[in-house]
Design a protein. Structure first.
Length: 342
């Protein structure tokens, strides 16, 4: 017989505090909102709290466009995963200090404000859970949940940023996903399980967040993004290239220029590559590969270098969504690459 489980979720659209609150006062505000809607808290309930609410309680709200946003993003970023530009604005997919993969170090824009990620989320969850357990006299768990339209943990849309007193990351993620389904504007959710005991009364104060898997065949695509994975395979350094536009509004010259930069990024991979130079023509619909110096053609490595450049340039153009019709001159004078737009 198949085993089934059932959970009930009570969504609460609580208001964000106008001023920063310490963890005890934030927990008291949560308790007041729960009492207001007359939900009786029981053993094994999980109280899910939206990450934006926790950040606001911590006073981590910045003015959009201020220098503090860039500084906060840098402080919240462990490594750059990938980069794009949308309508001229740079967007970076990053591994955050909280062990998650999110845009711009986990910062979220809300009107004229930018909400920074939660500071020490596991500690906040543990302290809030201790206060709420004492107030409700029940063995409960606390989950800080995310509901943002970007990668988090292997592509999950809603996931647990941190939890306390909950049995395992899987249960915490399920509680976070259930909380996100209650309502788009819900700040809190009470998750009540009916078939198991998802809460432990005495848990470790902190459990590191599960980050993305760095092993296996799909790892480079998740860690770098397919564009960055291809650029890396070509020997380029993606972090040094201009971000690829996510809106496809760039002109051909921008794509061709980035393809050339991809080929030229980093040291030469084949002897003789330095014998040649790229000459974009006009709008970039045609590129000539010609000798860098008059003596380059006589270098015995030149032919090998030209072949390598042509093949890598074709691959770099493919990354940009372009094709190429290439004619290599038989006299060894270079190549004529005509860009093909699909």
């Amino acid at each position: 017989m198949a085993r089934t489980s059932l959970a009930t979720a009570f969504g609460i659209a609580a208001s964000f505090p106008p001023n920063p609150l310490d963890t005890d006062r934030a927990a008291a505000l949560i308790a007041a909102d729960i009492d207001r809607v007359r939900v009786e808290i029981r053993d094994d309930d999980i109280i899910a709290v939206r990450a934006d609410f926790v950040s606001t309680c911590q006073g981590r709200v910045l003015q959009a466009g201020s220098p503090e946003v860039e500084a906060s993003t840098a402080a919240s970023t462990r490594t750059l995963v990938a980069s794009r530009s949308f309508n001229g604005a740079p967007v970076r997919l990053t591994l955050t200090v909280n062990g998650t993969v999110e845009f711009n170090g986990g910062h979220r824009t809300s009107g004229e404000a930018v909400i920074a990620p939660v500071h020490k989320p596991h500690r906040w969850a543990a302290d809030a859970c201790a206060w709420l357990r004492s107030y409700f006299l029940a063995d409960i768990g606390v989950v800080i949940f995310q509901d943002l339209p970007h990668p988090f943990r292997h592509g999950q849309r809603a996931a647990s940023l941190a939890s306390y007193g909950v049995v395992g990351q899987r249960i915490a993620d399920h509680a976070a996903g259930t909380a996100a389904l209650t309502a788009e504007d819900s700040t809190l959710a009470i998750i009540r399980a009916h078939s198991s005991r998802p809460v432990v009364s005495d848990a470790a104060a902190e459990r590191p967040a599960e980050s993305f898997d760095e092993v296996g065949g799909l790892a480079p695509w998740f860690r770098l993004g397919w564009v960055e994975a291809c650029q890396s395979a070509l020997g380029a350094h993606p972090e040094g290239l201009r971000p690829l536009s996510g809106t496809h509004h760039e002109d051909i010259l921008a794509h061709v220029s980035r393809a050339i930069a991809t080929v030229r990024s980093g040291p030469a991979r084949v002897p003789g590559e330095e014998c040649w130079r790229f000459l974009p023509m006009g709008s970039g619909a045609r590129v000539l590969i010609e000798p860098a110096t008059s003596a380059a053609v006589t270098d015995p490595r030149a032919a090998l270098g030209l072949g390598a450049l042509v093949e890598r340039f074709n691959s770099a153009l493919w990354v940009e969504g372009l094709g190429a019709d290439t004619e290599v001159r038989t006299d060894g004078g270079g190549a004529d690459v005509r860009i093909v737009v699909p």
